[in-house]
Design a protein around this ligand. Sequence first.
Ligand code: ACO
Length: 698
Amino acid sequence: MTNSIFIATTEPYSGKSLVSLGIMEMLLRRAPRVGIFRPVIKTPPPGERDKNIELLRQHFQLDLDYESTYAFRRRDAVHLISQGRMDELLDRIIEKYKTLEAQCDFVVCIGSDFEGEGAAFEFGYNADIARSLGTPVLIVASGMDQEVDGVVDEVQTGIDAFCERGCQVLGAIVNRANPFELVKIKETLRQRLGERDLFLEVIPATDLLSSPTVREIAEFTGAEVLYGGNQLDRLAHRNLVIAMQVQNFLPRLREDALLIFPGDRSDVLLAALQAHQSRNFPRIAGILLTGGLRPPNIVARLLEGLPGLVPVLLTQEDTYTTATKVGMVRSYITSDNRAKIRLSLDLFEEYVDGAALTNRIVTVPVQGVSPKMFIYNLTRQAQMHKRHIVLPEGEDDRILRAAEALCARDIVDLTILGDPDAIRASIRRLGLTIDLDQIHLIAPRQSPHFLDYAETLVELRKHKGMNLDMAVDQMTDVSYFGTMMVHKGHAHGMVSGAAHTTQHTLRPALQFVKTKPGFSVVSSVFFMLLADRVLVYGDCAVNPNPNAAELAEIAIASADTAQAFGIQPRVAMLSYSSGESGVGADVDRVREATQIARQRRPDLKIEGPIQYDAAVDPDTAAKKMPGSEVAGQATVFIFPDLNTGNNTYKAVQRETGAIAIGPVLQGLRKPVNDLSRGCTVEDIINTVIITAIQSQED
Ligand code: ACO
C-alpha cells in the first residue's frame, strides 16, 4: 500500500482545498497520523502563512510544525529551476518530505497553485516532484465556465501529461462543475477514459464556496471598514454597481449582493440599508462606497445609531476601477470559515465515493523506488553508521571534488592515497573547501604500515611464489596498498578505477581479499537509475563467460544485492529466447542456470530464459510468458555473458540518460568497488556511498 497521495492541479482555482479537506477527513478515519506536505507554496506576504496548509493544519488540529509541511516558497523554487538547479530543488524536497514522512502514517502532498511567477515551469516541476517522491497522483480539474468536452479534454490531457512524465496516476476529480452537467461530464469521462482503470468523480460548483467574504473583498481592494466590522464574514454572492435613482435600483436588489456606488450617494446608502431591514426586500452582503467620499457627518451620525449594520466599506478609487477589482477577488476556504468547511466536507462526502477511493489507495501497486529517492535513502543509510573509505587515486581531480562533497555532507571518513603535498596543491588549485583535518592523506611508501603490509602480502601469496622484494614492489602500487588497508581493517572499503583499469583495480582484491563463504566467484551489478525506477543489471563488468553454475550464483548474488538496497528482486535470466521458444547452447546454459538458481534459492522469483522485452513489458510478457511472476515486471536482469551485459548497460546509459551506479562488486569478503575511467564526480560519490553501506553489512 502506498503511504502518500499527491493532489495535483493543472490550473489555478481548481478547488483543491475542498478535495484535500475531503481526503484528509477520509484518511483520518483510518489512520491517526496523517500529515500534509506542500513541496512548493505561494510566496506569502511577510508574517502570513500558506492558506491551504493552515486550513488543514488548524481544522484537523494536526500536530505538525508549520515549517515541516513545505519545502520551498515559490520564488525560491522558480529561481533554482531557472538556473537549471532542478536536482537541488528535488533533493531538498525529498529531504523535507522524508523527515515529515517519518512522523506520519500517511502523507497528503498538495501540488503548487499555478498562480504567479514561473507558471511556465509549473506543470513540469509538479510532475517531477510527484515522480521523485514516488507518490501516486490524483488530479483535480476545474469544470468552471467550460463545456462538457472542454472539461473532459482537460482531464485527459492532465492524466496523459502526468503519465508521460513517469507518474502513477490514480484518477481525477472534476470540481466546480456545472451542476446541470454533472451526469454528462461523468458519462463522457467514463466513455473516454473507462478502459484505463482510473478513479473519476465530479463535484458541482456552489455559490457558497465560490463567493468571497466581505473581509476578502476589503483586503483585496484595500478598502477601509467604516461600519459593520463584526459582520465581515458575510458572503457576497454577486456584485451590483448602482448609478440609478432609488426607485429604479430597489427592484434590482438581490440576496447577498455587494452594492458598489460613489460615497456621495447618501440617498442610495440610506435606501439600501432600509431595504436590508425591510421584510419586503432581500438581505444584502454589504456596501462598498467609492471615490474616497465619506458619508457626510449628519448621515454618519444616523448610521452610528443604527443597530446591526451590514459592513460599509470605503475605497479611494472610482466606481469602475473598484467594480473591476471586486470582480477579480478569489474566494478561499480558510480555517475560520466553518460554513465553507462544513459545505466542502458535505460535498465531498456526497459526490466522491470515499470507499472506492480508499480502496484505490490501499490497492495501488507500489512502484519501484524513484532514482532520487534511491540516492536519498542510500545517503541516509551511509550517514547513519559512518564508515571509513580509502580512495587510492589522489592525483585525479574528480576524486578530490567527490571528497569535498562527501566531507561536506558528513557521509564517510576518507583516506586519500598519493603524495600529500601534491594533493594539497591540487585542492588549492581547484579552489576546494576540504577541511584537511577531516581526511587522511597517505603516501604508501611513507606509511608506518608499509612494511607490515608487504609482509602480510608475502604471507597471503607465498604459495604463488611471492617474496618480500616482490611484495614491497607491489605495495607501492596504490591499488595494492588501498586493498591491503581494507584487508587489515584499517579502512572499511575501497573505491578506485577512475584512473586505473578494472583489472588493475580488482586484481589485488581477487588475490587476497577473496570471496565470502558460500561464493565461488566475484561478480558485479550496476544500479540503473531510469527516469521512474531503479533496475539492477548483472554482471556487466567482471566475468567474461560464466558457466551455468556461475551464472546461477551471479543471479542469486544480484538478487541479494538488490534486496539489500531496497529493490524487490524479480530476476530475469536474459537470453535470445523466452521460455521454450528458442534453441542453442547459450539458451541451454541460461536454462540450466535458472534451474540451479531456483533449486538453490526457492524463495526467489526467477524466470529464464527470457528476452529483455518480455522481462520489462507487461503486454509482451502476457503474450510470451503468461502467468510468469517475473515477466513484465522484472527488476534484476542477469546477462548471459560480459559482452552482452557490458554493451547493454552502456547502451541504456547513453541512449536514455540513465545514471548507472557501479560496478558494485558482490561476493568479496570486504567491499572494494571499481569505477569506470569515464566516471563523473557524481558516480564517485554514489560508489563511495554504496561501498560504505556494503561495509555496514559486513
Ligand atoms: N571471482 C573470484 N576470483 C577471481 C575471479 C572472479 N570472477 N576472476 C579471477 N579471480 C581470481 C583468480 O582465481 C586468481 O586468484 P589466484 O591468483 O589466487 O589464483 C586471481 O583472481 C587472478 O586471476 P586471473 O585469472 O589472473 O585474473 P585477472 O586478474 O587477469 O583478471 C578480472 C580478473 C580482471 C576480473 C578479469 O576476469 C577481467 O579482465 N574481467 C573483465 C573486466 C573488464 O574488462 N570489464 C569490462 C570493463 S568494466 C566497465 O565497463 C565498468
